[in-house]
Design a protein around this ligand. Structure first.
Ligand SMILES: [Cu+2]
Length: 590
């Protein structure tokens, strides 16, 4: 197997813990400055220019209490040149066949001048927040340097690990990459009843991202952030894994139970995390207790291949180190090739997961080192959340149905467009181009009613009413689909096979025949993992798959967004609006 030597030594920096900003200590009123800053990503790297909340990477971790509103004055004080060089390598691989994205530097790409000229317009979104629409961070409601936005977060929501980040139309991939992201933890009584670790040392947030850096004229890493794509891959998959702002750090733990709260904050990369000791996976140390919107109903083990987290997905883990003598070392590895398509990879082979073609030159994520004397082990409650249940068959049968096709449109001379095609039932008299979905003896016929973000809104969910959204993946990659506002539950994940005739994907039209059955070459199991049976706000939709989610918007009326959370996709049109409406107003909608 070909490999490339790393220019950085793994596991030499301590894992930083982001500064905690506890809202209750400030009467629920916080001021957060968006600033240019300087950050060292690794001991052996020169300091990098970044843009961050409070000028840090990541931003401070905001901690809030359920039912206690938090007001944040987001002050945009960004200035100076944009801190990231954005480029497209002219070829996907260098002369030795090594993919450009696995290497530092620009790989012969020209710095994008439009990116260099960005002026620091921003908008902040609290991902996972049950937030009134005016404070949700609509991607076009920008504030300029020198302006501020006072956003009010009611926090009438269950305990969960959320995150806040920039959400500007078209450049979220660049602003988040520059550093504009931080964690936001909501706490509540139920978690305290269960005696879960809260705060240091036993609760450790892990914000995982991938980054790349430029080279100086001598070929040495100069610390400058590089966002690089190539002619064949429109998403950036940088080679260096960064946890809480450090490349491949070390976390020292006591022999005890730790609560690790993991967020994938990468632009595009999906991780499948495996913890390895002496060459063998030890996934049975991990019990997952929570997902995007907080506690699961019961604790679960992580999938046998490892814990999969696509961009924006979270996992709340209890990890038991209590039996390990001081000096024991565990390594967290990533076995997911990029772009991720759901393909399996056995945990037992995690140490050989390096894969240049899979844009995964270095599987390393984190080293965990046991220090100190044995302390007690924490027992894990058998019942966790008691405040939600799966929707009943009856409720689902009566729910409003919506359908969205995920489509990649190939374009000559520029990156592909990824779009959400909102579908509506086609009348009998309508003919091609249509999308048909055949399930046994029944065939549903659809036409596209919206294809781009700026097309007219077609989704007007009624507050309080259960809806089922069908997400139909007609692409070769896994897309993590995120809904703003209320969480949802996955209902089904089913294999499909489909055909798209030549020219079937047009600017606003789509012709495809979809059949609900497994294709002959389809190797995915299309199962719902136990850790997905909670309250989610981001769900993976794999290739050759339809995912159905059940959602009920409850509290706030207004204009929100749903989108793919691969930032390069969201910025290239894989995003659409929806408007939640009180029932009483529906008769007045034209
Ligand atoms: Cu996507």
């Amino acid at each position: 197997m070909r490999a490339v030597a790393s220019p950085l030594t793994p596991f030499v920096d301590r894992l930083p813990i982001p500064r905690r900003l506890i809202a209750a200590e400030h009467d629920g009123r916080l001021t957060v400055h968006l600033r240019a800053g300087r950050h060292q990503f690794h001991r052996d790297l020169p300091v990098s220019d970044i843009w961050g909340f409070e000028g840090t990477v990541p931003g401070p971790t905001i901690e809030a209490e359920r039912g206690q509103p938090v007001t944040v004055d987001w002050r945009n004080e960004l200035e100076g040149p944009f801190p990231v060089t954005d480029t497209v390598a002219p070829t996907a691989a260098d002369a030795d066949g090594v993919p450009a994205q696995c290497l530092p530097g620009l790989s012969g790409g020209e710095p994008n001048r439009q990116t260099a000229a960005l002026t620091g317009h921003t908008v902040v979104h609290l991902h996972g927040g049950l937030t009134p629409a005016v404070f949700d961070g609509w991607a076009e409601n920008l504030f300029a340097p020198g302006q501020d936005a006072e956003f009010h977060y009611p926090m009438n929501q269950r305990a969960a690990q959320l995150w806040y980040h920039d959400h500007v139309m078209g450049i979220t991939k660049l602003d988040v990459y520059a550093g504009l992201a931080g964690l936001w933890i909501v706490r509540d009584d139920r978690e305290r009843e269960l005696g879960l670790p809260e705060g240091p040392p036993f609760e450790v947030p892990l914000l995982i991202q991938d980054r790349n850096f430029d080279l100086d004229e001598h070929g040495r890493l100069n610390g400058r952030l590089v966002h690089k794509t190539d002619p064949e891959v429109m998403e950036a998959f940088p080679p260096f894994t960064v946890v809480n702002g450090k490349v491949w750090p070390v976390l020292e733990v006591q022999p005890s139970t730790y609560r690790l709260r993991v967020l994938n904050g990468s632009n595009a990369r999906t991780y499948r995390l495996v913890v390895v000791r002496d060459g063998a996976p030890e996934l049975d140390r991990i019990t997952q207790i929570g997902t995007d919107h907080g506690l699961l109903r019961t604790p679960v083990t992580v999938p046998a291949d490892g814990l999969v987290l696509a961009s924006a997905e979270r996992a709340d883990l209890l990890v038991d180190f209590s039996d390990l003598p001081p000096g024991s070392e565990l390594t967290v590895l990533n076995t997911a090739a990029a772009p991720f398509d759901g393909s399996a990879f056995p945990a037992a082979e995690a140490e050989s997961a390096a894969d240049l073609e899979g844009l995964l030159p270095y599987p390393e994520v984190l080293r965990i080192r046991v220090v100190g004397e044995a302390t007690s082990r924490r027992s894990i409650p058998r019942e966790l959340a008691t405040d939600f249940e799966p929707a009943s068959e009856e409720a689902l049968a009566g729910a409003r149905q919506r359908a969205v096709a995920l489509v990649e449109r190939e374009l000559d001379g520029e990156p592909n467009m990824l779009t959400m095609r909102e579908l509506a039932p086609a009348g009998d008299a309508e003919d091609a181009p249509l999308l048909t979905v055949t399930d046994g003896a029944e065939t549903a016929r659809y036409r596209v009613v919206a294809a781009h973000f700026e097309d007219a809104t077609t989704f007007f969910p009624m507050l309080g009413e259960l809806e089922v959204w069908q997400l139909i993946n007609l692409t070769g990659d896994t897309h993590p689909i995120h809904l703003h506002l209320d969480p949802f539950q996955i209902v089904t994940r089913r294999p499909i096979r489909y055909e798209i005739p030549d020219g079937g994907i047009r600017e606003r039209e789509l012709a495809a025949t979809v059949t609900l059955e497994r294709g002959p070459d389809d190797e995915l199991d299309h199962r719902i993992d136990d850790n997905e049976r909670g309250l989610k706000d981001t769900i993976r939709v794999n290739p050759n798959e339809i995912v159905e989610i059940a959602v009920r918007f409850t509290t706030y009326s207004g204009r929100y967004m749903y989108h793919c959370h691969i930032l390069e996709h969201e910025d290239r049109d894989m995003m659409r609006p929806f408007v939640t409406m009180p029932a009483a107003l529906m008769p007045f909608m034209a």
